[in-house]
Write a new protein. Structure first.
Length: 129
């Protein structure tokens, strides 16, 4: 099973763990900003050799049988250029912010994929009132 390869840890001590930031209590039908980042406490490299490829955010309403994908963001600029690796003119940070309206309390799940260290995950419970 793929779940055997998903890693988790405390984001304060592990640079690969996606961090979910949003209010813990959301208002029904009101858009809220949700930010997911990798490397919040300990910077993750963003080089041609070692980088975060993508971040995805899912929402599982309480009692639901399936998740709802809120967003998926791919990071394409890691410093590669015509002069070689890490000689490019553009780099992207591993952070994405979306606005979402949630209708029911549930759990947000973030996953991030490092090209060297694989798949990492975290979760955050939110109350919708």
């Amino acid at each position: 099973m793929l779940s055997e390869f998903v890693k988790t840890a405390d984001w304060k001590s592990e640079k690969h763990v996606p961090v979910i930031e949003c209010a813990e209590t959301l208002k029904t039908g009101e858009a809220c900003a949700i930010t997911v980042s990798v490397g919040k406490e300990i910077a993750h490299p963003n080089t041609a050799v070692h980088h975060i490829v993508w971040i995805a955010l899912h929402y599982v309403p309480d009692g639901a049988k399936a998740s709802i994908e809120i967003t998926r963001c791919e990071f394409s600029s890691h410093g590669a250029g015509v002069d070689g690796p890490d000689q490019g003119l553009a780099y992207t940070d591993s952070i994405v912010t979306v606005k979402a309206k949630l209708a029911k309390s549930g759990t947000l799940y973030a996953t991030a994929y490092c090209n060297i260290h694989g798949l990492w995950s975290s979760e955050k419970k939110v109350t919708v009132a």
